[in-house]
Each structure stands twice: as structure tokens, then as C-alpha cells.
Design a protein around this ligand. Structure first.
Ligand SMILES: NC(=O)c1ccc[n+]([C@@H]2O[C@H](COP(=O)([O-])OP(=O)(O)OC[C@H]3O[C@@H](n4cnc5c(N)ncnc54)[C@H](OP(=O)(O)O)[C@@H]3O)[C@@H](O)[C@H]2O)c1
Length: 241
């Protein structure tokens, strides 16, 4: 939502995608008075090939996408052995497959136009293994690695790819990940608007990676220095509910 609000202030027309059509229509009603057009595309990105539906939606409406923000994503808390398989599967579909397929759909158009920007939501969780949220951490490591690689591939084409790696942020994430109200992770959560501003700034500067906030920067630095056996123990402690 914050990305949409910030881009609306800059007078971008928007295509907003999520499952909850009611919330998207509310957002449309909130933002269109600012003099922009908001196209609502209600879609469950956990379905196989859902990203193609989004792509076809833009083709049917004659829309050219200048900026693709792959923001949809969620986590799950608890030991993998006890986890709900459907939720893990859907997490991989949304966090990885849909992000990858949307990038695959829109990137060639951007390259042939010689302009375009893609912002992918990774996380501080990309820095180490995450006992207690194993699939989520692994999915965000994928997003960071994939985004960095494609960012390098498209250098010189006029297109940029940025992986945004925020730390804990006050949104609906905690509830969706069944983390409980008092999870250690979220005691000093950042504001969603600050995270979105940092991501858009990094995207405008064509940065491949953006670590948002002092905590995330420190974590990124420490994770590069510390042995992985240590970082995964720390993550296990932080993920304990
Ligand atoms: N909050 C944090 O601490 C934090 C930290 C680092 C990275 N991130 C990443 O930031 C991104 C945004 O998360 P958030 O913190 O803003 O959490 P959020 O408030 O729970 O928002 C998640 C968004 O993803 C959409 N979504 C979830 N499942 C979907 C599906 N199957 N199909 C289509 N859309 C779906 C949701 O809309 P519907 O429910 O309507 O579908 C919602 O708009 C995620 O990729 C998350 O991993 C979050």
C-alpha cells in the first residue's frame, strides 16, 4: 500500500494486485482523487501461472509497465516438520515463482524500450538461514540472489533491478506469519512508509541492493563476517515465539 501511495504522489498511474479486491478498490478510491488512474487486478499469486494473468491484464488494458514492484509475500512461523504443507507451497509460489514469472513477463518489454525499473522485496532474512521460519528465509535469499544476478545481466540496457532488504517493519506481516504479538523481531519495527521511501530511492539510483535501516545494515555487515553456524543460532533465538 505504501509503495502505491508514494508513487501516486509522483503521479504514476497504477496497476495494483492482491487477493483482497475490496481493499484494492478502497485504495483506488483513496488515490484516484490525486489525479491518477488505478487499475485493480484481483489475483491470487499462489496459483500456478497467476503472474501470466497479471501480464495479460496489462496487455488487455493496453498498459505499458515502467515500474514493476514485486511486493506480495508472506512468511510462516514454526518448525518445518510441523508446518502446514499448503502454506509452505503457497509461500514459494508467491515469494519466488510469481516474482520470477512477473519479472520474466515484463523484463523483455522494458529492455526493448530501453527503460524500466524492477523493485523486488527481499529481506534481512536473506542474510542467513532461519530456523523457525526456514522456507521464508530461504525464499528471501532466492529473491536477493536472483535480483542481484539479473541486475548485472541488464546493465547498460536502461533497465534496473533492485532487491530491497528491510528489517522488521510494522505491517500485516507478523499476523500473516503467525508470529504472535510479542515476537522479538518486531520490538523495534520500522515504519512501512520509511521502508518504501528507501526502496524507491534505491530503485531510482539503479542500486542492485538496498539494506533499509541501521539494524539491517548492521545485520548485513555482521552476517558477512560471522560464521554461518553462529548466525543461524542467532536467527533461531530471534524467531522463537
Ligand atoms: N513486514 C516485515 O517485517 C518485512 C520485512 C522484510 C521484508 N518484507 C516483505 O515485504 C513484502 C510486503 O509484506 P508486508 O510486510 O507489507 O506484509 P503484509 O502487510 O502482510 O502485505 C502482504 C501483501 O502481499 C499480498 N499477498 C499475500 N499473499 C498474496 C497472494 N497469494 N496473492 C496476491 N497477493 C498476496 C497481500 O494482499 P492480499 O492479502 O490481499 O492478497 C498484501 O498486499 C513481503 O514480500 C515481505 O516478505 C516484510
Amino acid at each position: 500500500m505504501e509503495f502505491a501511495r508514494l508513487l501516486a504522489r509522483k503521479k504514476y498511474d497504477l496497476v495494483v494486485v492482491a487477493r483482497n479486491e475490496g481493499k484494492l478498490l478502497q485504495l483506488k478510491n483513496e488515490l484516484e482523487p490525486k489525479g491518477i488512474t488505478v487499475h485493480v487486478c484481483a489475483c491470487d499469486l499462489s496459483r500456478p501461472d497467476a503472474a501470466l494473468d497479471v501480464f495479460n491484464f496489462t496487455l488487455e488494458h493496453g498498459l505499458e509497465i515502467d515500474v514493476l514492484i514485486n511486493n506480495a509475500g508472506f512468511g510462516d512461523s514454526g518448525a518445518f516438520a510441523d508446518s502446514d504443507w499448503k502454506k509452505q507451497y503457497e509461500m514459494v509460489q508467491v515469494n519466488i515463482t510469481a516474482l520470477m514469472q512477473l519479472t520474466h513477463c515484463f523484463l523483455p518489454q522494458m529492455i526493448s524500450r530501453g527503460s524500466g525499473k524492477i523493485l523486488n522485496l527481499s529481506s534481512v532474512a536473506a542474510f542467513c538461514a532461519g530456523p523457525g521460519m526456514s522456507v521464508y528465509y530461504a525464499s528471501k535469499a532466492f529473491v536477493r540472489s536472483f535480483s542481484e544476478a539479473v541486475a548485472e545481466e541488464v546493465k547498460g540496457t536502461g533497465v534496473s533491478v533492485t532487491a530491497l532488504c528491510p528489517g522488521p517493519t510494522a505491517t500485516g506481516f507478523e499476523a500473516a506469519a503467525a508470529m504472535g504479538k510479542d515476537s522479538r523481531m518486531f520490538r523495534k519495527a520500522a515504519l512501512a512508509e520509511d521502508v518504501a521511501k528507501a526502496g524507491l530511492r534505491a530503485m531510482q539510483k539503479n542500486q542492485a541492493l538496498c539494506y533499509q535501516g541501521a539494524f539491517t545494515k548492521a545485520m548485513g555487515f555482521l552476517c558477512r563476517l560471522a560464521p554461518r553456524a553462529l548466525t543461524r543460532k542467532y536467527a533461531k533465538k530471534m524467531n522463537a515465539v
